[in-house]
Design a protein around this ligand. Structure first.
Ligand SMILES: Nc1ncnc2c1ncn2[C@@H]1O[C@H](COP(=O)(O)OP(=O)(O)O)[C@@H](O)[C@H]1O
Ligand SMILES: [Mg+2]
Length: 339
């Protein structure tokens, strides 16, 4: 590991109940001051990874170093240097926004006066000052997330872990939340480790990404590097029902890297999509396969995911009831014990 890494994960494994390999040999590094995205579908192992990095859950194997500290050896010191915001809401609805922040300050051992001062600062900063003395349960989704951000920042952490921070927010709320994150990074050089299953968010907001699927990292790099690795455009060609197979015909055309057949259409990766289309239509016609539709796409992270996992990125629904129960347990562990 280079001493400059903010987060170093080395062969992390988490097995639940002796059989569920939730995280399966995960390694990566996060540089100081970067926004590092952990992108994967529901159940991929994102929350479990965050929990291991933030000293909430003990890895079955492997190690993590956060801000130069071994998480396994100095969990309490790690907790003081990081802020963690889990996907499940952690704000106490029966306290006001301000009280939520003050309670968190107390958990970190801050004297009362300092906690009050910090709460004043943070409600201002997160633009919830007007609502600071209202019960948190009256807050909108976006305000609640900002309150949680304030709580996560109360002890001035150097590294922020955000687990699906924009889950359930509308596009405006999502953009607003990201605005705060970008600002914090810019003004305070905060390192941000953020999980998401929103491809567009990962693409536009993160400096680098790791894509995780079934507990394994399938690719790491900046969004552009990942897309460049696909080496060109993706052309999808649909032919008439019952048409002969044109996989070989398409494969021999100039500039074609690969051809995959899926449900009566062909997914062609080629250097340059536009000039390829008329050639492909002509070749298919000659082979007796009429073309009924063509799309040309610049690769997006959807394509990257498909390329590296062989399956479509399913934009899954909210977490299941079991996941919720697990999450609540994790929230309860936040300031306390480890499992
Ligand atoms: N405490 C737990 N006990 C048993 N299985 C768990 C527990 N936590 C997570 N899992 C399982 O591990 C896998 C990864 O879960 P999780 O890390 O929550 O995924 P993600 O956050 O990417 O949706 C899932 O199959 C989930 O059901
Ligand atoms: Mg999760």
């Amino acid at each position: 590991m280079q001493p400059t890494q903010a987060i170093h994960a080395e062969n992390l494994v988490k097995v639940f109940n002796g059989k569920i390999r939730a995280v399966d040999d995960v390694s990566f590094d996060v540089r100081p001051g970067e926004i590092f995205g952990f992108l994967g579908p529901n159940g991929a192992g994102k929350t479990t990874t965050v929990s291991m990095l933030s000293a909430g859950l003990r890895p079955t194997q492997g190690r993590a170093v956060v801000d130069g500290l071994e998480v396994g050896k100095e969990p309490e010191a790690v907790k003081r240097r990081i802020g963690v915001i889990f996907q499940e809401s952690t704000a106490d609805g029966d306290l006001t926004g301000r009280e939520n922040i003050q309670v968190a300050a107390g958990c970190y051992g801050m004297p009362r006066a300092e906690g009050r001062k910090r709460a004043d600062e943070l409600v201002e900063r997160m633009q919830i000052a007007d609502a600071a003395d209202r019960l948190a349960k009256t807050y909108s989704g976006g305000m609640r997330r900002r309150l949680e951000l304030a709580v996560g920042l109360v002890h001035d952490p150097k590294i922020l872990f955000l687990d699906e921070p924009t889950l359930g927010l509308d596009p405006q709320g999502r953009n607003g939340f990201w605005g705060f994150i970008q600002q914090l990074r810019k003004e305070e050089g905060l390192t941000v480790f953020v999980t998401t299953h929103y491809l567009d968010e990962a693409d536009t907001m993160c400096d680098r990404l790791a894509i995780i699927d079934h507990g394994k990292i399938v690719a790491t790099g900046s969004p552009n590097e990942l897309k460049d690795r696909l080496g060109g455009d993706i052309v999808t060609i649909k032919t008439t029902a019952g048409a002969p197979d044109v996989t070989n015909v398409l494969s021999t055309l100039i500039g074609v890297h690969t051809v995959q057949k899926q449900d009566g259409s062909y997914r062609v990766k080629c250097a340059n999509g536009e000039p390829f289309v008329p050639l492909a239509v002509e070749a298919c016609d000659k082979a007796g396969a009429g073309v009924t539709g063509v799309t040309v796409k610049r690769p997006s992270l959807d394509e990257v995911f498909l390329e590296f996992t062989g399956r479509e990125f399913r934009d899954e629904d909210a977490p299941t009831a079991t996941d919720r129960a697990v999450m609540v347990q994790r929230v309860q562990n936040r300031f306390g014990g480890r499992r």
